[in-house]
Design a protein around this ligand. Structure first.
Ligand code: ATP
Ligand code: MG
Length: 420
């Protein structure tokens, strides 16, 4: 029996890859405009890093991690997200000494043991950014504006930005207590997961999809009414800067992120088009994480977008690949001349396809059609002796004779029109 890949791990085939390249190239271009630099960190880290940063009582750490013991008895984990590794590297290499503000971006595969379905896989890909060293809400607004700018650049207008504030280590414990008090009498209606995390993480019930949790949390105290003065002001200023930047947002006081390190500003970009896999990007502030991982007392903020979900939202149109030129030939010496021309043209940056299988002229032309080549050139004995051949522009049918000179052919193909 033929071997197959692992469930939840996808091959991304050449046709699809064009969309991925478009997403990645746009992210690089937009993020670099805002002064972000790329960082590349390993996919494997010590398990302890994720347990300490993401939090023991989160879905990710409780049940979704790919953790192993390696041959040296080390407990290691395939990264389920990007922030922990980037912050680990930031601390380890003392990047704050080089510059007091770090603006970093990354892209690559992440791994979570989840139930595979559309938009949810076991190996998936994120593009993310992190800013370390600034608590000023200007940076919250910049990061959000950049995220929305990226979506506009790839041609998607639908995902909506929702923001919330989760408070800080001063005001959240008090809010958590209030919410727990509120939920105490309604515990019976909560789903099993939310019942279990009632003590450790009661906020999760606020954005739980189960009907019981939805009903039980109607009228629950809002985190936004329970912020301390500092968090309240920070959120108000963030909104002010978003308005100033012209970035459109909605406030969702029920948004709770699934990672423990978030403080203050949290956000998601949500779509209606992917069923319950509605978040295409998500992130927030993590003002204590860097210090908790042994670094300087630096605040931070970041987001990650799910590349598979973004790609699912893109149309199929416009990603086709059209070679500039197809050269058909008959006869051995014409074949040699074709090869010589092709090699020179490719070095001049012209994309050229030919037949390698000694097919008839008719079937070579069928292949040129299949490739949707912009131009075709047919070379036979006559053309060889004349040193010129008919170059045809396929969309218009216009045809003219050109010298078998790579520079001249490249000029015509690039210019897009055949000059008489
Ligand atoms: P969800 O609520 O959909 O489980 P999440 O809160 O676990 O998302 P994050 O950890 O914030 O997601 O990751 C950021 C983004 O990465 C998500 O918004 C989503 O687009 C993408 N993502 C997360 N998990 C997966 C997965 N298993 N497969 C594909 N994409 C994913
Ligand atoms: Mg998840």
């Amino acid at each position: 029996m033929a071997l197959t890949g692992i469930k939840g791990f996808n091959d991304i085939l050449p046709g699809e890859v064009r969309k991925w390249q478009h997403v990645e190239a746009t992210a690089r271009r937009v993020f670099e405009t805002y002064g972000f630099a790329e960082i590349r960190v390993p996919v494997l880290e010590k398990t302890e890093l994720f347990a300490r940063s993401i939090g023991d009582a989160t879905d990710i750490v409780e049940k979704e991690m790919y953790s192993f013991v390696d041959k040296g008895e080390n407990a290691i984990t395939l990264r389920p997200e990007g922030t922990a590794g980037v912050i680990r590297a930031f601390i380890e290499h003392k990047l704050h000494v080089v510059d007091s503000v770090a603006k970093l971006y990354y892209m690559g595969p992440m791994f979570r043991y989840e139930r595979p379905q559309k938009g949810r896989y076991r190996q998936f890909h994120q593009i993310g950014v992190e800013v370390a060293g600034v608590s000023d809400p200007k940076v919250d607004a910049q990061v959000l504006t950049m995220l929305c700018h990226f979506f506009a650049e790839i041609g998607l207008t639908e995902p909506r930005l929702q923001i919330n504030s989760l408070g800080c280590h001063d005001c959240r414990p008090e809010y958590r207590r209030k919410l727990r008090d509120f939920l105490r009498e309604r515990l019976g209606s909560l789903c099993d997961d939310c019942k279990r995390r009632y003590e450790t993480n009661p906020l999760r019930a606020l954005d739980c999809k189960s009907a019981g949790c939805k009903e039980a949390t109607v009228g629950a105290p809002s985190v936004l009414d329970n912020l301390c003065a500092g968090c309240d002001e920070h959120f108000a200023r963030t909104k002010g800067y978003l308005d100033a930047a012209g970035t459109v947002y909605e406030i969702n006081p029920r948004m709770v992120r699934g990672l423990d390190y978030y403080t203050r500003t949290t956000f998601e970009l949500v779509t209606q088009q992917l069923g319950s896999q509605s978040a295409v990007a998500a992130g927030g502030r993590y003002d204590r994480l860097i210090e908790e991982l042994g670094g300087p007392a630096y605040p931070g903020i970041g987001f990650a977008l799910g590349v598979e979900r973004v790609v699912l939202l893109l149309d199929d149109e416009g990603y086709g690949r059209r070679p500039d030129l197809f050269i058909a030939f008959h006869g051995e010496s014409a074949g040699n001349e074709t090869f010589r021309l092709m090699s020179r043209l490719q070095r001049l940056g012209v994309t050229v396809e030919i037949d390698y299988e000694g097919k008839s002229l008719k079937s070579q032309m069928r292949r040129a059609d299949k490739f949707k080549a912009r131009y075709t050139l047919i070379i036979g004995e006559d053309e060889l002796s004349k040193g010129a051949a008919a170059l045809k522009e396929m969309d218009t049918g216009t045809q003219s004779e050109v010298a078998l000179d790579p520079e001249r052919i490249a000029e015509v193909v690039r210019g897009g029109t055949i000059l008489p």
